[in-house]
Ligand binder design. Structure first.
Ligand SMILES: Nc1ncnc2c1ncn2[C@@H]1O[C@H](COP(=O)(O)OP(=O)(O)OP(=O)(O)O)[C@@H](O)[C@H]1O
Ligand SMILES: [Mg+2]
Length: 370
């Protein structure tokens, strides 16, 4: 796998939100929204991210686009396969070296002296989004966009549709004046909106149409990668299918790569090539759609799948009810984070956190008993 080329890849990504309190706003803990996850997305594919509310899906999506700075880890974009292979080799060497002392955040990390570590440092500087200077990042941002969950609150109610869709073109100085209007018209047609409605406000559109506006806006700069954060969960079921089909058509036409976030497994199944299942800031299972839906291995995945409605009433499936709520990510359970709700738990689960391991053909699972 290491020689493969990925469009975008997160390595050991962490995102903690500090918890502060008292008069001096002292930090007394942190919400570990994303806690050391690694995954990749290939050019042109759709990777699904599924899990209950609060497990860190949106935070993951935002971090991938550098809309929120990482606490630790790196996000690599367009790294050639041979460079990645070399990086993995060098990372193994790095792990075997004595760990440097922790520095204060404000202190700049000096360039390493060891030639191999210098090479690793240079690869990271060159390909990690989180190490780019602001100007380079701004240019790269054009290639990466996001469509938000709620088309009712994500569109500025005081802006005309023409300006909402055209704003990224203006901000990035790609086009001017009439050229922007022409491009906006084309984009509106592309997402199935009437281009004569340029001078309307968001409230004059239905939920589905508003989400089409959100998609047109995301497409305005010809992106390569789009994070779709629950793009249809605020919409009626009949409208959902239309939007999902449109997203599929756009992907085929434009060769787009998607990170598709949803808490709804049926939608994930419809849209995705591969799936990551998240629980409390960690990936607990990852694999192709077939791996995850036809041979789910993690007890959490099994429970999520068991509650998907089955269209055939003759077909009986055991429903696994997940007891209790998701624990707080500010104070996650010890060992395997899922153990407090797992019906197969044993002593070891409370003590040791199981690593995400390959069970064959890239089907990864983090469970002591699988
Ligand atoms: N800006 C923030 N400051 C503090 N905590 C945050 C912030 N953003 C998210 N969190 C916390 O991080 C955790 C993960 O949140 P996130 O929004 O990523 O979850 P999610 O999986 O997208 O949930 P949902 O399905 O409800 O959208 C939650 O506990 C949330 O309260
Ligand atoms: Mg979310």
């Amino acid at each position: 796998m290491s020689d493969e080329e990925f469009l975008i890849e997160a390595r050991s990504m962490k995102k903690y939100f500090p918890l502060r309190g008292g008069l001096l706003k002292k930090e007394f803990g942190a919400v570990r929204a994303v806690d050391d996850i690694s995954f990749f997305i290939r050019q042109g594919e759709t990777l699904g991210l599924v899990g209950e509310s609060g497990c860190g899906k949106t935070t993951t999506g935002r971090c991938m686009l550098m809309l929120s700075p990482l606490t630790e880890g790196d996000i690599y974009y367009k790294m050639p396969g041979d460079v990645r292979k070399r990086m993995v080799e060098l990372e193994e060497k790095e792990a075997s070296l004595p760990q440097p002392k922790k520095r204060k955040k404000s202190k700049k990390v000096p360039k390493p002296e060891d030639p191999d570590m210098l090479e690793l440092w240079e690869i990271r500087q060159k390909y990690a989004l989180n190490r780019k200077d602001p100007e380079t990042l701004r240019r790269l941002r054009r290639e990466m966009q996001i469509v938000f969950q709620d088309p009712f609150s994500s569109l500025n109610p005081r802006m005309l549709v023409k300006d909402i869709i055209g704003e990224p073109l203006k901000v990035h100085g790609v086009l001017e004046g009439d050229q922007i209007t022409e491009r906006v018209k084309l984009l509106m047609e592309r997402v199935g909106l009437n281009p004569d409605h340029l001078y309307r406000y968001p409230h004059e559109f239905s939920g589905g149409q508003r989400q089409r506006i959100g998609v047109a806006r995301a497409l305005s700069l010809n992106p390569n990668f789009i994070v779709l954060d629950e793009p249809t969960s605020a919409l009626d079921v009949s409208v959902q299918a239309q939007i999902l089909n449109m997203l599929n058509d756009l992907q085929n036409e434009l060769g787009l790569t998607y990170l598709f976030i949803s808490h709804d497994l049926s939608t994930i199944r419809h849209m995705c090539d591969r799936v990551n299942v998240m629980y409390l800031g960690k990936i607990v299972e990852s694999g192709t759609k077939e791996h995850v839906f036809e041979n789910p291995l993690h007890p959490y995945t099994t429970a999520l799948i068991s509650v998907i409605p089955v269209p055939d009433p003759e077909l009986k499936r055991e429903r696994v009810v997940l007891a209790g709520d998701v624990p707080s990510p500010a104070n996650p359970p010890s060992g395997c984070r899922f153990h407090t709700r797992c019906r197969f738990r044993q002593e070891i689960c409370e003590i040791e956190d199981p690593p995400l391991e390959d069970k064959g053909n890239g089907h990864l699972v983090a469970c002591h008993f699988r």
